[in-house]
Ligand binder design. Sequence first.
Ligand SMILES: Nc1ncnc2c1ncn2[C@@H]1O[C@H](COP(=O)(O)OP(=O)(O)OP(=O)(O)O)[C@@H](O)[C@H]1O
Ligand SMILES: [Mg+2]
Length: 499
Amino acid sequence: MSGKERRPQRPSVAPPRGWYGPGGGQVGHLDPPTMWRATTVQACGLWPFAAGSGAPMTGVPLGQHLHTGATVCGDPISWFTRARYISNPSLFMLGMPGLGKSTLVNRILIGLAATGVTPLVLGDLKPDYADTVRALGGQVISIGRGVGGINVLDPGAMGQAAAKIGGEAGKVLAAEAHGRVLNMVAALITIVRGRPMDDHEQSVLSACLHYLAERARPGRAPLLPDLLRVLDEGPDRVRAVTLDRGNVTRYQEAVDPLHRSLLGVLDGPLGDTFASETSTRIDPASPAVCVDISRIGEADTQLTAAAMLAAWSDGLGTVAAAHALADAGLAPQRWFFTVLDELWRPLRAASGIVERIDALTRLNRSLGLGDAKITHTLKDAEALGSEADRAKARGFVERAGMVVCAGLPRTEMRELGEIVGMSEREIELVSSWSSPPGWASTGGHEEPPGRGRFLIKVGGRPGIPIKVSITDTERNLHNTNTRWTGNGLNLSKRTEASR
Ligand SMILES: Nc1ncnc2c1ncn2[C@@H]1O[C@H](COP(=O)(O)OP(=O)(O)OP(=O)(O)O)[C@@H](O)[C@H]1O
Ligand SMILES: [Mg+2]
């Protein structure tokens, strides 16, 4: 202290009468100016008070930016085609249960349908989307024991389109339809056996299907029992691929395991659903399609897996047919959007499924198909049986153009951060949404703090935090708490009152 006057230390918080010093003192409270949102046509007259928002404005209106209040728009198809923010039209959504993931994807579905994209929900497990698809004037097909079935030998929309197109292009499509049917029967056998089919069995199966297709009456697709009959009869075309050399015993030895597995499909838990005519075919002209498999019990994993695969096979066949018709100039070009909610259930249902989903995500750009996959946690991938399956499932997040996070625990966010790149602030924000609601002492219903809050991540860019407010129509279309209503306990009404 060399004689200098000691200055008061600057406090870390502003004192009640303002900072000390020249120009300091008491400050009056200044209300933040009111903000309005408008289009550039309306707002240009307000120069210089207009400010552009940093939030993306291309695509389905999703909600408001959590910090600026600006409208945030986006969906995988518009961000891929028009805005070119992402290189793959796919969305991966993660978050704890009940935070509004399916509700947000329902909104994307409605918005995309309005732009002419056809939503396809090929295996609705809860159902989360059936009411929305119905409200959009689309088709809801129920699959399950005693509810409805799919004839896996029916080439469906692809067969019809091949006949309509004719010529070389028609033949190519018919060959693709044959491959799709073959894959589907092979998938059913894989599910029943619990391991993949041998390659020579695939050749036998393929020969049987060709034989059946050549003899099929127009308008009537063969059924699984017809396939068994062909194996029994053993026509020359089928015998040729078994290398029986005219010996009946050799032929029977070659086809018996396949015969047994097909009997297993027909007489086992899958028989009811896959052995007869398709109850309702997918209408290729429908504005939206939902294959509702919610009547299948959660414990019935074989049937769930089979129904889901059959629905995909049929649905993606419809997409391929629509593209072939457009290429031939017989129909307008269309885009599609598939939704795969509750991804953890099909992943665990059968080992072949991860591979199917993997193939789907790799192909979706060439198929003119956007997709959304929804699951609870990254750990769903860890629960899979083989390392190859786990790697493939992790690849879904790595390859997704858009990753959307609802509330997730901190540990989970760190893991996710390694894949999509998250800042500490982002990890902090999303994990705060996973905290439980307070104990409402009045008996009023409190919303979980993270409900309707999402962070959208694209590549290495900073995330966009949004807040989704749903309309009454959306709440009525998708209220997963309906089972808890009645008896004077109406969670959705209380939610409304508490807002
Ligand atoms: N933004 C929101 N504001 C208010 N309520 C909402 C909002 N989003 C969803 N809800 C309500 O919360 C409930 C759960 O929503 P939803 O089924 O979409 O959650 P989820 O994340 O898909 O759950 P799960 O993981 O179990 O499938 C529904 O009843 C829905 O109506
Ligand atoms: Mg859901």
